[in-house]
Design a protein around this ligand. Structure first.
Ligand code: SF4
Ligand code: SF4
Ligand code: F3S
Length: 372
């Protein structure tokens, strides 16, 4: 089997196909700290792509409450148990990936969820773990939970693609988006079993598999994906990621992932080099976060809680424009986003201006505040 380099785990690993990175890679950054769990993203996706017969249990975007929630139920716990010990030697993953710990009759380690597992997309919503205490404070809260935003990761080494015996799944060279060729798919569901994130979904009415398409028709026009632009909490930043050796510090995604290193991949130990990145929640137990996001959690949180001006400005640009920001600048008092043609898209102040109203409104001859 070919050897490919996976920078998330800082080593070569086995994968059924040769390394073939796209010219640029679709990626989304999620700031978990800001998510309010409103599911607007989920409904934006649902109303765009998965509202038809046979798609009733198909949620390409979902937001689940960790640690107990998951769609499908226990998608990650089941795979973590099968994978065995997942130790890190510094930055290097010392365990096995889903392409290395493979059963004899399979191409990828995985599991097939039951119908019951798919049936409750927001099970354990808002259910916390830990103990209630009268007073709790950072760095870790005693009673805790957080929302985890999930779509297809448009992985660099997709499990779904590796597993399909029909070669019906492909990764676009132009943007790294992973798609199912519906005319080739015969519904074998090896992809459903092999996707570690459970984001390849079988549709019984058409007997083929479907999945998040990254809203590529929008991306082709430089517009953000539906789940990104609909986000009420402004927690998402979409763009194009380069590999670490080609990082461009003026590109918002490269800056968050490669330069400031505040955004981390979900379960890097699975080995697919996923392309969704998360700023971890400040209040959750570090050992839990390290299982989800790998060994760099503490450094990422230290940077996020004490950001330099450039990072602070970039965080202010999240959710400010429907068009994808290709380049950003942070000046004295303002952060500016530019489009692919380097035209200014948006500028936001680093400090929100504050206006103090006088208690008495002369124009309307009324007092606005209760006066003694
Ligand atoms: Fe395939 Fe799953 Fe990766 Fe999406 S998240 S590219 S469905 S392996
Ligand atoms: Fe749905 Fe588009 Fe978001 Fe994918 S990127 S989850 S298709 S809204
Ligand atoms: Fe292949 Fe999955 Fe279809 S394994 S044949 S893409 S159901």
């Amino acid at each position: 089997m070919p050897k490919v380099f996976n920078w998330h785990i800082n080593r070569e690993m086995e994968y059924p196909y040769e390394e073939s990175r796209p010219d640029k890679q679709f990626a989304i950054i999620f700031n978990i700290n800001r998510c309010i769990g409103c599911q607007t993203c989920t409904m934006a996706c649902r109303n765009t792509w998965t509202f038809s017969p046979g798609q009733e249990y198909m949620w390409w975007n979902n937001v689940e409450t960790k640690p107990y929630g998951g769609y499908p139920h226990n998608w990650d716990v089941k795979l973590l148990e099968k994978l065995g010990p997942q130790t890190w030697d510094g930055n290097t993953y010392a365990g096995e990936t889903i392409f290395e710990k493979v059963p004899n009759d399979k191409r990828v380690l995985g599991h097939l969820p039951t119908e019951e597992d798919w049936a409750h997309p927001n099970i354990y919503e808002d259910t916390p773990a830990g103990d209630f205490v009268e007073s709790t404070e950072l760095p870790e809260n005693s009673l805790w939970m957080f929302y985890l935003q999930r779509t297809c990761n448009h992985c660099t080494y997709p499990g779904c693609l590796a597993a399909c015996p029909r070669k019906a799944i492909y990764k676009r060279k132009s943007d790294g988006v992973v798609l199912v060729d519906q005319s080739r798919c015969r519904g074998y569901r090896e992809c459903v079993e092999a996707c570690p994130y459970k984001k390849a979904m079988y549709r019984p009415t058409t007997r083929v598999t479907e999945k998040c398409i990254a809203c590529y028709p929008r991306n082709d026009l430089d517009l953000g994906s539906r789940c990104v632009v609909a986000c009420v909490g402004k927690i998402r930043m979409q763009g194009w990621l380069h590999s670490p050796d080609k990082s461009d510090p003026t590109n918002p995604i490269d800056y968050l992932v490669h330069e400031s290193k505040v955004a981390l991949p979900l379960y890097p130990q699975f080995g697919t080099e996923p392309n969704l990145y998360y700023i971890p929640p400040r209040w959750a137990p570090r050992d839990f976060l390290e299982q989800l996001f790998g060994p760099h959690v503490k450094k990422a949180l230290a940077k996020y809680t004490d950001p330099d001006k450039k990072l602070f400005g970039l965080l202010r640009l999240f959710g400010t424009t429907e068009t994808i920001i290709s380049r950003f600048e942070v000046q004295d008092e303002v952060a500016i986003g530019f489009d692919r043609a380097d035209r200014e898209l948006v500028r936001v102040p680093l400090e929100e201006p504050m206006y103090i109203r006088s208690e008495y409104d002369q124009r309307h001859d009324v007092a606005r505040l209760n006066e003694p």
